[in-house]
Ligand binder design. Structure first.
Ligand code: ZN
Length: 563
């Protein structure tokens, strides 16, 4: 690919650019309006100082400049996952990953193999697909069969429900239904005995709070490992959608004492139903707390649960008569809290999955005074036309997860999510294409640990509407597919726009956060791109992945350090 003629992007020729680093590749997708593709990015002090052709770059470099030519590769702005849970998800991911299980025998075998021998220890698992239970509601019996007499906790894939064994129920002193401050629920059988299914956070906490935890130092190590893993897929930043762990900020501070985080984190703590005014004041006071690569910004709320659990908020009940109520016992309280945050200048992100939930949230947001604070809605799983129109009119941003659609629903609508909704509402699944066509800003993300964090696969799934590398699987509503460019924007420029910020592009003056891939995300076959080698990620011009490409030494925090 040859560089097109560009408007001048370097300072005037008399002022030397003197870059620390120049990265060159056949395609550098700046995604900057009016700029197009170039071949070279020059970086000084962590900031992009020039963009142009390889020929231009020859004139920029000095003896001190480290020049890396990646050849037939593609460079993009660093990918930013718009929605995930890296801190509260840490411990989950230390149990057995059940996402590859295709039936309940697989689940029993995986858990039995993970049970510690000889002792009475806990067994935990995550990412269990409720479709494996067929027509039956998920229950703890399968865990008692796998690990007789042991306490077992298994989170379902959506992290909104869990199944636990009989021993876990008795250790947590759960003998029947209980009242919660939100719509959390303990599932019971005809005799009122718990089945082992716990729905939503407050019910799950009853068991989670008595489980042994990893030590603080172990979690610091786990966090570094996890963020580094994300970087290996081209990610340089993420929006963290909770701060559930009381020690989350201590953890981040300790992690940065040990070394730089592998990606940047923008952390939005939760505003929960029933919070006191003092707790609301704390949420405001937390805004702007930061470290080198993390900042507390925005607030996350949840108006409903999930379709799969029957805890979403729908206009009409699902086919089992469920998903009829919001998570907030009084949704007017939600609206008051959002108005309070808006007045304080705090951008919000609200989890809203059912059609009634999404409608309530966008109408609440549309009724706020227009002060320029950008609000966002998360998930948006079944979206009627009249509600889509409110997004457009009110300038509300969307945040969606392509892999939720491609991993957990099927084109023939035989999956639990589609069966519960019925055809008409299932045909409105993840309308990412319609939202983009209507001009709505759509950030994309994984919701890890709900789905894998690999950004390359998420980009491919957004284009394919089926799981990457599974060409035999039929696409789900292929009319909602994004173009490769729209998908890339969903992980770059649109993520920033979704929170009212400029960014996610490569332009002179922007932070030098970028990713380099062996294949071009805009032109490669999406299945091929899902497995493309990540050659490099840079944050503020400092390599996270691909450090070795910079030769024997690199500049870090203004000082030369050995590689
Ligand atoms: Zn989430």
């Amino acid at each position: 690919m040859t560089a097109q003629p560009q408007p001048p992007t370097a300072p005037d020729a008399l002022a030397p650019i003197a870059p620390d680093v120049i990265v060159m590749a056949d395609a550098v997708h700046t995604l900057a309006p009016g700029l197009g593709d170039v071949e070279a990015v020059a970086v000084r002090d962590g900031v992009v100082v020039a963009l142009g052709s390889r020929a231009d770059a020859r004139a920029w470099s000095t003896e001190a400049t480290r020049v890396v030519d990646l050849g037939a590769a593609a460079v993009t702005p660093g990918l930013v996952d718009g929605h995930l849970h890296p801190i509260s998800g840490l411990e989950l991911a230390s149990g057995v990953n059940l996402s590859a299980c295709v039936d309940l025998d697989d689940v029993r075998a995986a858990l039995a193999a993970a049970a510690p021998t000889g002792e009475e220890g806990w067994v935990s698992g995550w990412a269990l697909d409720p479709n494996l239970f067929g027509d039956v509601e998920p229950h703890g019996g399968v865990l008692d069969e796998a690990c007789p007499g042991r306490p077992v906790f298994v989170m379902l894939f959506d992290a909104h429900s869990a199944i636990v064994s009989q021993r876990a129920l008795s250790l947590a002193e759960i003998a029947g239904e209980q009242e919660f401050g939100d719509a959390s629920r303990i599932a019971v059988d005809g005799e009122g005995a718990p089945t082992g299914l716990l729905l939503e956070n407050q019910a799950m906490r009853l068991v989670e709070s008595i489980m042994p935890r990893a030590t603080f130092d172990e979690r610091v190590d786990q966090l570094h490992g996890l963020l580094r893993g994300m970087a290996t897929t081209g990610i340089t930043g993420a929006h963290v959608m909770d701060m559930h762990d009381a020690d989350a900020l201590d953890l981040l501070e300790a992690a940065e004492l040990a070394g730089d985080l592998g990606i940047r984190l923008r952390i939005s703590p939760m505003c929960l139903p029933g919070m006191t005014d003092a707790e609301m004041a704390d949420l405001i006071a937390l805004q702007g707390r930061s470290g080198r690569r993390w900042v507390v910004e925005g607030v996350k709320l949840m108006i409903d649960g999930t379709i799969d659990n029957g805890t979403a908020w729908l206009r009409e009940p699902d086919t089992r008569g469920e998903s009829t109520d919001p998570l907030w016992l009084d949704p007017a309280e939600y609206a008051e809290r959002v108005a309070f945050l808006h007045a304080a200048g705090v951008p919000t992100a609200t989890h809203a999955i059912g059609d009634r939930a999404i409608e309530f949230v966008v109408r609440t947001l549309a009724g706020l005074p227009r002060t320029g604070v950008q609000h966002r809605v998360e998930h948006i799983e079944t979206l009627p036309d009249d509600v889509l129109a409110v997004f457009v009119e009110a300038g509300i941003a969307a945040s969606m997860q392509p892999t939720h659609c491609t991993h957990y629903t099927r084109a023939d609508q035989t999956d639990n999510w589609s069966v519960r909704l019925g055809r008409e509402r299932a045909d409105r699944a993840w309308r990412i294409g319609d939202l983009r066509a209507a001009g709505v800003t759509v950030a994309l993300g994984s919701d890890w640990p709900v789905a894998p964090y690999d950004a390359r696969a998420s980009l491919a799934d957004a284009v394919l509407r089926r799981p990457a590398l599974k060409p035999d699987v039929d696409p789900v509503l292929p009319a909602q597919a994004l173009s490769a460019r729209q998908a890339l924007e969903g992980y770059t420029s649109h993520v920033f726009a979704s929170i009212g910020e400029e960014g996610g592009t490569l332009a002179v003056g922007s932070p030098a956060d970028l990713a380099a891939f062996a294949l071009d995300p805009l032109t490669a076959d999406p299945d091929d791109f899902a497995g493309a080698e990540v050659l490099m990620t840079l944050i503020d011009g400092v390599p996270v992945i691909g450090r070795e490409r910079f030769g024997p030494a690199v500049v870090e925090n203004g000082e030369e350090v050995s590689a």
